[in-house]
Design a protein around this ligand. Sequence first.
Ligand SMILES: Cc1cc2nc3c(=O)[nH]c(=O)nc-3n(C[C@H](O)[C@H](O)[C@H](O)COP(=O)(O)OP(=O)(O)OC[C@H]3O[C@@H](n4cnc5c(N)ncnc54)[C@H](O)[C@@H]3O)c2cc1C
Ligand code: FES
Ligand code: FES
Length: 1335
Amino acid sequence: MPICIPINGARSNFVQCPVCQASHSPVKGELKDGVYAADCQNCGHFFKFRAAGPVRSTFSVTINGQSYTVDNSYPGSTSLNEFLRQKGISPGTKVMCIEGGCGVCVVSATIMDPVTSKPRTYAVNSCCVPLLQCDGWDITTIEGLGNTRDGINPIQQRLADYNGTQCGFCSPAQIMSMNSLLKTNPKPTMEEVEQIMDSTVCRCTGYRSILDAMKSFAADAGPDLPGGLIDIEDLERKMCKKTGNPCTGKCSSDQSKTMLHMVTAGSQWLKPTNKQELYTLLNQHKADDYRLLHGNTGYGVYKDIGDWNYSVLIDVRGVVEFNIIQQGGATINLGSNLTITNLLEYFRIKAVDSNDFLKTFYSNICLHLEKVATTSIRNLGTWAGNLMLKHKHPEFVSDIYCILESMKTMLVIGDSTGKEMNYNIADFLKLDMTGKAITMAMLPIVNNPNVNIRTFKAMPRHQNAHAYVSAGFNMVVDAKQNYLVSGAPVLAYVGINKAFTRATLTENYLSGKQLGDPNILKGALTTLSSELVTDTVASLTPGPYRKNVALNLFYKFVLDICSQIVNPRYLSGCTDLIRPLSCGQQSFDTHPEEYPVSKPMIKLGATLQTCGEAEFINDTPPQFNEVYAAFVISTVGNADIDVIDPSPALAIPGVLKYISAKDIPAGGINNCSPAPKFQAKEEIFCSGKVLFAGQPLGLIVAEDQMTADYGAEMVKVTYKNVQPPVLTIDDAIQKKAFFKAPPGLSAGDADGAIAKSAHQLTGQIACGAQYHYQLETQISICYPTEDGMNILAGTQWIDGVQKIVGQVLNVPDSSVTVEVKRLGGAFGSKITRNFPISAACALAAHILRRPVRLMLNIHTNMKTIGKRTPYLAKYSVGFTDAGLLNGIKIDYYADCGATPNDVSAAAMPGWFDSAYYCANWKMTPFLCKTNKPQNTAARSPGSSPAVFIMESIMEHVAKSLNKDQLDVRKLNLYQKGQKTPSGMVLDYCNIRAMVTQLETSAQIATRKQQIVQYNTANRWKKRGISVLPLKFGLGWATAQYNTLVTISNGDGTIAIFHGGVNCGQGINIKVAQTCAYELGVPMDIISVKKTSTMTNSNSITTGGSITSELCCLSVIECCKMLTQRMAPVKAKMGNPKWKDLVAKCYSEGVDITARFVTEPVDVNPFAHYNVYGVCCSEVELDVLTGEHQILRVDMLYDGGKSLNPDIDIGQAEGGFVMALGYWLTERVIYDSTTGENLTANTWEYHPPMPKDIPIDFRIEFLKNSDNPRGVLGSKAVGEPPVCMATSAMLAVKHAIEAARKEISKDVFFGLDGPATVDTVQQNCLTDSTNLTYGK
Ligand SMILES: Cc1cc2nc3c(=O)[nH]c(=O)nc-3n(C[C@H](O)[C@H](O)[C@H](O)COP(=O)(O)OP(=O)(O)OC[C@H]3O[C@@H](n4cnc5c(N)ncnc54)[C@H](O)[C@@H]3O)c2cc1C
Ligand code: FES
Ligand code: FES
């Protein structure tokens, strides 16, 4: 009979062996409810034990209509995402960051809503949800909505139809967010749709197409967004097992009346159903290593859950008393189980139902809550969990703290004895919370109109970002007595320093004072300034900005309160930026006579992507014997390795091997740069000298991914000769740390021309790095075969991977087969940067003779992989009185990182001139060596920085002459017949006409006037506009793509194997359109296959925007061969059907397979042809916070005769938005002591979200355009639009200039990239002396 041992929960010792008395965690599975079995880890005795009390120890979860029983075979750390993916239930649900930040893992969960006690569907991040939490949940994944075989769901169809997918990696999650909304709100407004589409990052599309697709479901969608509302029943295919009808989710319940108690290997999971049970558990476990959890979203911020962290996990979701939401007496009482979504919805209702005074109050709270995290995080994350993060981690920038503190909230805290006490938040933050739980918040009801409460958040992007600084203010002010402050005001802050929560000195100062007196305001600001002491623990953002913005937020509050006495110009300071619903326009022409070429068509495979059926490399099911690998990386950037001790890792069960440079087989080389193409050797594993923090030192191979990642962290590495890392270009220049530079370019006599010019200027400008943020991180799976190695590589360059694996393993290149079907985003990160991954993975597979999967987690991906190359340019320019350029000299310094192989410096002279003619040039590159990973190509590498540098020079010229920026630009625009610095004569140049066209279509002159008026009327909001013309040289040289077109003789269907890599750019649809056009066949008989070294050997990398058109070119050549070969047979047959023609050709021995390799020759070393474009951006800036929004973008683009305007518009929008991140929100910060990347996560790194894109985004492709040098008259689109986003940054610069004008400091300044919010604000030069009521 079982021996009953009460579970006392102590870490790793909560059962006791009845024989040897050893205490340890049980290791066997559950027998039946509440009864467990264990082998004693000490003496081996097998025994049974029982948990105390009546409990459930299994539960069921429904996924896509199928019920799964979950027992204790899953540890508490298993996420829902792991369960979905590893069980093969939902390969369509993706995974990337595992910290709630990227949102690719979003699924719909129907769970009990604490407010209504009814089931409700929410979008949730499956990576943060522990599987054991899904007790009674009803989950829908992308597979539950529809599929391409049995029927596709309307959301899946709509996203595809709107061309809202590119690589498709984010698509399932975007759909699940929308599905969750429609399940609860079948007739949303467009505003509501736009509000909830904030959970998932899309790096490809620029969001406009996704938002339009989703807004087309809105009740107020106009005819420009076709599709219409849908019937809720159409949303899901899953059928109820009980009723046979579509599942309504009504059966689900996570509120079982019996406590759940699961004893898993190493920990216990408990889910009490009421307060009493919770308090009893707290009593039992308060001395143990326990953790309460509700949404578990805190895991996304602080990774402190997991078997090795906690032995007791208590899920409080079931505690019914914590669901309370009631208003009575003097307080609103909010139970601790209420999520931030619950709060938001509650306050939204109050904002509608209340009187005017409270309406504003509640609306302001809602605006702030909408800026907390994302919809899917808010759906599970509670206010109480958020406060506890602040309690546990004082540096945490908790918005909830600011909101609740400003409302003078009292917290009710219960302890293990069942006693409940009230605390104010300040006391709570100091309270020992061991054995305690937050049960409720009591918010005093505000009904005195003299009470002013407002909260603010200054953040690096408009959605899904923690605050730089948040603040909450509460002041009782009597306007009739010159704004007399009565009682004790509250000035609450986060983001200042770890300990700073309240500005108590200022609170005391203000009490009893008349705030309407300008001297009191001044005194308050002085006092506040004295007590705001910023530290570096709370933030990576510079202290001066945070202090400045903290003062400014208080000033905003004061302006708001004292609006009656404030100069109306200054009132612009009290509002936040208000973003209306976004919209877009796309305009292009097509050529029906050439269809399907030039026809707007959705991508091949778009519905596969939206149905989650598109298989990415990591969706490949594991093969027999497959193992997983993780890099061991260095934590310092400039040192020698002393000792590497893998033994702690090897001691972990499941860890199989440590592999290092020493394991490279005889004859193989430790170099993942394919020789002889690259100048420098790049080690796969460091052999002694560490060149950068994040450098791979070795590889841990284990039975599963988590063990591999954990094992890699456990390897002990010591270093010697640790030196300060070189991390900046300035530092490298000072230390003369250079690589051999390529030749520059000179034209005419720049020195002479500058010297003779009426005006000369010198200056410098810099632009930073950019993490590619491709949602599929670097990956390779290597399968040893009988004759070599098969590799599924996440690469843009299969040929390169083949070569490096050959050289590392010392095997024939031909024994290595590399394949890639699609990439989940690349943007240049997978040109050479997959080489180290594939090389290391192949080495492990070679040694172990087992399939090995190496997929980098986001942290390793961000630390180990180089970024977009930063540049610094020092320039001299000579020009006339009118601003005509005479001569330009640019010394440009590239930050190569540790090795110089990927830098685009040699190509930059082809882009520096951009749209401007100048007869005399001297461009000189310098390659800087820094202790960073090898920087690499990123969408529009070299060209984007070059255009930015040139535009900065133009800004400088115009400003120095006090002339209109556009006028100076127009004066210098190229004309037909002029020569570029590289000697290309422009026999086609329409840039002048295009600028004129855009000036009219975008009403530039009128808007400039309006901006002047706006800026005059508003002291604290400024607008800026910038027009940027572009000439972009597109080079084709050396671009070999090997393409095969084969026709099946049986049915005439056609398969294309092209040498490009499908990374979402629409290459497959374009080659299929071209093939259909050339052969005169329907599109539906053409398919495009994966790229492989077997069929597409010797193909160069995919990149530089040219791959699509050159693969189309090679398809054309193949088709020509086929047509030619088939022509005699066709002639004999008259007008045969295609299928018959093919069959006849085959029977007559005609070769119906054709192959062609492009090897184009350029007319100029830098360009085969030029792309022209012009772009106008208008922005609005909040001078007090530095936050800005892009009001409108008008882009006119000469894309020639677009092969597929839908695809090309998508490329233009996506490229532009990616570059908005480059210039405005994305920054990489390295630790100056160690060289480690401090922004290697989704919490600190901020690519644009949907509300960062232009509010009004208009793109027009030039009509009646052609390109005789292009493929079928087309031009490339992938990269030039990236360059045009510089206009947005320059518009911000102009808004800053308007702010400087207010304080008579409007002199030229260079605005380096990235101009993140903090940089922008600091450049406005506002200080506390400017914070007045205005005269
Ligand atoms: C991607 C992302 C973005 C975010 N952005 C923001 C942001 O912009 N601003 C911001 O302020 N926050 C932000 N957060 C934090 C988020 O608001 C919190 O993670 C969330 O509110 C925590 O609630 P939870 O229920 O998930 O807590 P859990 O993760 O379940 O728990 C968090 C902590 O609270 C404790 N706890 C939970 N419930 C109780 C209780 N009733 N009594 C006592 N202790 C309890 C747990 O033991 C744990 O220590 C973000 C989080 C993520 C992942
Ligand atoms: S994987 Fe879940 S949010 Fe990134
Ligand atoms: S399509 Fe959204 S990330 Fe690629």
